[in-house]
Write a protein that binds this ligand. Structure first.
Ligand code: DSN
Length: 416
């Protein structure tokens, strides 16, 4: 009977692809800044029978019967999020960080209202008003940038831009900005122009939860995040806000923007938030940042140029134009991938190449830190990366790096 068969029996092609993906993760160094490896507990929660349950609505007020156990799960996720982040209200149903931002926009903006946010090529995100995204199509968007000399956000320019543009909401947060945001300053600027402040902490949710990155909670009406990046919980998004916006946010998520919540993913959030409450997770988050700083040190020593000259968090952005003017981000990504180091090409401030080519690569430390890497291993990895970029055509270098990557992967298994 097909219903009782294993995946291997019913669909060997998909089973094989999953096995190969597990093997790929084990045998390569994952350095994509937005990725991580979740725990066995989170995998178990996400792969559970909660995927079967419809639960439109919120705990205690659902549109379907039989929700008593999913209510427990969602209430746990909400309570843990409130405790971890010190917020009045949390909605854990957004399917992704983008849908979390959608929930905020839908709760307080009308189509045509004004958004002021960080430009994508300066580190921002599509859902902050890019013209290929709903946010750029529904709203009137202008963007602030980093100072081309320093790579840091130019807050004076942001302030005057805000007073000229008079936005309804200012978005802080990024996908590829290596520095902390000055949340208090942005909150003050937003107050001056009577705008909301949305702090999108997608990349740093785990670092904020562990207090190794400043929290925007005191300085923003809305805080959104992803739950599968640095916080290493189930895949999806979260919205946090002050109590006065709670009903508006909840209605904007459901029924406004989404249908039934993905209760298996909510369970993954619940499990991951439990882990994030431990002292072990705090140490892990500290190590994530220490590892990124060590990577940056070695890149400096080897003469590479980094946007903003370094990092405050889990990621850094190599600007290839100075050290390797003829090498594109796309080529660097492929060279490193060939030796088992997985990064992503990324636009850099002042970018002249297309987003599919780029002049930079973004490198992050969450996944390697999860598998146990500390500063000593990061030094090795940084040297391996520069060795490959310095000699892109040298097969001996590639063979040496490839075999060192294999040794590191075997020494630090993910799931064993
Ligand atoms: N795709 C994520 C990232 O890589 O930053 C953002 O959504």
């Amino acid at each position: 009977m097909a219903f009782k068969q294993s995946l291997e029996q019913i669909d060997p092609n998909t089973a094989e692809a999953i096995d190969l993906e597990r093997e790929r993760q084990e045998s390569t160094l994952g350095m994509i800044a937005s990725e991580n490896h979740v725990s066995k507990a989170v995998l178990e929660a996400q792969g559970s029978v909660l995927t079967n349950k419809y639960a439109e609505g919120y705990p205690g007020g659902r549109y379907y019967g039989g929700c008593q156990h999913v209510d427990t799960v969602e209430e746990l996720a909400i309570d843990r999020a409130k405790e971890l982040f010190g917020v009045d209200h949390a909605n854990v149903q957004p399917h992704s960080g983008t849908q979390a931002n959608m929930g905020v926009y839908f709760s307080v903006l009308e189509p045509g209202d004004k958004i002021l946010s960080l430009s994508l090529s300066h580190g921002g995100h599509l859902s902050h008003g890019h013209n290929v995204n709903f946010s750029g199509q529904l709203y009137d968007v202008e963007q602030y940038e980093v100072d081309p000399e320093t790579g840091y956000i130019d807050y004076d320019e942001l302030e005057s831009h805000a007073s000229e543009f008079d936005p309804d909401i200012i978005v802080s947060g990024s996908s590829a900005y290596p520095r902390e945001f000055e949340y208090e300053r942005i909150g003050d600027i937003a107050d001056t122009v009577d705008a909301y402040h949305l702090a999108d902490i997608a990349h740093v949710t785990g670092l904020v939860a562990a207090d190794v990155h400043e929290s925007p909670v005191e300085h923003a009406e809305f805080v959104t995040g992803s739950t599968h990046k640095t916080i290493r919980a189930g895949r999806g998004g979260i919205i946090m806000c002050e109590e006065e916006y709670a009903d508006a946010i909840d209605s904007a998520v459901f029924p406004g923007a989404q249908g039934g919540p993905l209760m298996h993913n909510v369970a993954g959030k619940t499990a991951g938030f439990a882990e994030a409450q431990t002292a072990e997770f705090e140490e892990h988050a500290e190590q994530v940042v220490a590892n990124a700083k060590r990577l940056a040190d070695v890149f400096h020593e080897r003469g590479l140029s980094l946007v903003s000259d370094g990092t405050d968090k889990h990621l850094l952005l190599i600007d290839l134009r100075e050290s390797y003017p003829d090498l594109t981000g796309k080529e660097a990504e492929a060279l490193l991938s060939d030796v088992g180091i997985i990064v992503n090409k990324n636009t850099v401030p002042g970018e002249t190449r297309s987003p599919m080519v780029t002049s930079g690569i973004r490198i992050g430390t969450p996944s390697l830190t999860t598998r146990g890497f500390e500063e000593a291993e990061m030094e090795t990895v940084a040297d391996l990366i520069v060795d490959v970029l310095d000699d892109p055509d040298d097969e001996d270098v590639d063979d040496r790096v490839d075999s060192r990557v294999n040794e590191l992967c075997e020494e630090f298994p993910i799931y064993g």
